[in-house]
Design a binder for this molecule. Structure first.
Ligand code: FAD
Length: 461
């Protein structure tokens, strides 16, 4: 079988690219390291889905172990395990990207048609007030008492059956109702109907350029080595996956910026204990976010959030009896997260054995942003009657970005404005690895919009 395009990685970017390229008539092969689950086969509990649907069982850290990273490993990638909160970038984010990258189309107006196209394909809803759980109500009450601005979150979903008692927290291990608008149940499904071929459980180890195009080398299932070639290869393995693949394939020698400019919107979940049950895990466990220009100017945002029991247990302090006592109060906990727009880039490198290392330290400015956000959360929780506030020390990185920054200058960037690797016109990237800076806004909708734009560039190349 011969292919026009091979897409490596089936997440937020890969799924969208697979659809638009296949729909335009290109014969495409989609390669994915993870398994192909569906609503009926998603693992049934938190431990199993962490082990089976996340890279390294959901336990990845930066080198000084202050941040834990989560990234999906399954057909649909991050879009299957994420919260599907979909936001457009604002002018602040685009202006920053334009000035860092010197790419002219990074404006709200020029990206609008791509956002419009993606939004026309998905069911996106603001969480209605009648679906605010007690945790969201407490956050709203605190915001209003203190005069801060908030907004309902915008989520890709059809019908989560909340009125029938469904709890969306379960869909961090895949949505059992096919409501969450992951690429698995949208773009990949439509692309497959249009003729896309998919090889799940295919781990790509290396790519090599040839006079005819690009050869992809990998292992399928139980270590069966396979090679497959195409005139065009699109990398969509995410910030860590795509960067690691290019580093392992030896591209650093030609692209000095490869691996640099890693960002992750470090976030901290802050818990508060109340006298009455909060049941923050119930219903729409995320419903509102800060919408206050003062917070945006200070480089942080807040959202109500929660985690399933193993996640909460890992974040809470203490051992033995004291930890047990806290866990017994799971139902009495409120939780708000502060997410920081990081400004000091980390770096992705390989160690001698080829293992990816994430060097990312929090700068003084980022610490300050964190502190400013924590102070507001504390103020909010105190205003609504919290008895005790718990600030875990471990931060989380869920929005992994950069490593293959897009930009006009090949010395300081990896990808050009046509989404090609500088100097390698047959290799394309439009996933989260191309982010040249942290936007401070949920990235998934913009990854999809960029991937839509990239599909046009790839078809025209
Ligand atoms: C718990 C959680 C909640 C989140 N919530 C939100 C949210 O609400 N809103 C938002 O905007 N963002 C959210 N995010 C972030 C968002 O999911 C990611 O930014 C986005 O999915 C990144 O898209 P991507 O296409 O770059 O990579 P991914 O979606 O991660 O896809 C990469 C795919 O490539 C595969 N892959 C990698 N390397 C290889 C290889 N060598 N061979 C074969 N396959 C490979 C991976 O297995 C994966 O399936 C969340 C993330 C997490 C973990």
């Amino acid at each position: 079988m011969s292919y026009d395009c091979i897409i490596i990685g089936s997440g937020t970017s890969g799924g969208v690219l697979a659809y638009y390229l296949t729909k335009a008539g290109a014969k495409c092969l989609l390669l994915e390291a993870g398994k192909a689950f569906e609503a009926k086969t998603f693992p049934q509990n938190e431990m199993d889905y962490s082990a089976q649907m996340f890279w390294n069982g959901g336990l990845e850290f930066n080198t000084d172990v202050t941040l834990a990273f989560l990234r999906g490993k399954c057909l649909g990638g991050g879009s299957v395990v994420n919260q599907c909160l979909l936001d457009r970038f604002d002018d602040i984010a685009w202006d920053d990207w334009r000035s860092v990258s010197n790419i002219d189309f990074f404006t709200s107006a020029q990206m609008a048609p791509h956002y419009d196209e993606i939004e026309s394909k998905l069911s996106i809803q603001e969480i209605p007030e009648r679906h605010f759980n007690r945790n969201a109500q407490l956050m709203r009450e605190g915001f209003e008492k203190l005069g801060y601005r908030w907004k309902p979150l915008r989520r890709g979903q059809t019908d989560c059956k909340l009125d029938e008692g469904n709890d969306c927290i379960a869909c961090l291990g895949g949505c059992h109702r096919d409501s969450k608008q992951s690429t698995l149940v949208t773009f990949i499904r439509w692309a497959r109907d249009a003729g896309l071929e998919i090889w799940p459980e295919f781990h790509v180890a290396q790519i090599k350029t040839t006079p005819q195009g690009v050869t992809v080398v990998g292992t399928q299932g139980e270590q069966t080595r396979r090679e497959v070639s195409a005139p065009k290869v699109i990398l969509a393995g995410g910030a860590l996956g795509t960067t690691a693949l290019l580093l392992r394939s030896g591209f650093k020698a030609k692209l000095p910026a490869l691996g640099k400019g890693f960002f992750c919107h470090p976030q901290w979940m802050v818990f508060a204990l109340f006298d009455e049950p909060v049941d923050a895990h119930k219903g729409a466990f995320q419903a509102i976010k800060s919408d206050d220009p003062r917070f945006r100017a200070q480089g942080f945002k807040l959202e109500n959030v929660f985690a399933p029991p193993i996640g909460v247990a890992m974040l809470l302090p203490g051992f033995g009896k004291s930890h047990h006592e806290l866990m017994k109060k799971y139902r009495f906990m409120g939780c708000i997260e502060v997410s920081v727009r990081d400004t000091s880039p980390g770096e992705l490198r390989l160690d001698r054995s080829g293992r990816l290392l994430v060097h990312k330290k929090l700068s003084a400015e980022e610490q300050q942003r964190r502190q400013a956000g924590l102070a507001v959360i504390e103020e909010i929780f105190r205003a609504v009657g919290a008895r005790q506030i718990i600030v875990p020390s471990l931060g989380l990185g869920l929005h992994l970005m950069g490593g293959c920054a897009i930009g006009a200058d090949p010395k300081s960037s990896v990808i050009n404005e046509r989404f090609q690797l500088h100097g390698f016109p047959n290799i394309f990237v439009a996933d989260s690895s191309i982010f040249p800076a942290a936007p401070g806004i949920n990235p998934a909708l913009t990854i999809m919009a960029l991937s839509h734009r990239a599909s046009q560039a790839i078809l025209g190349a």
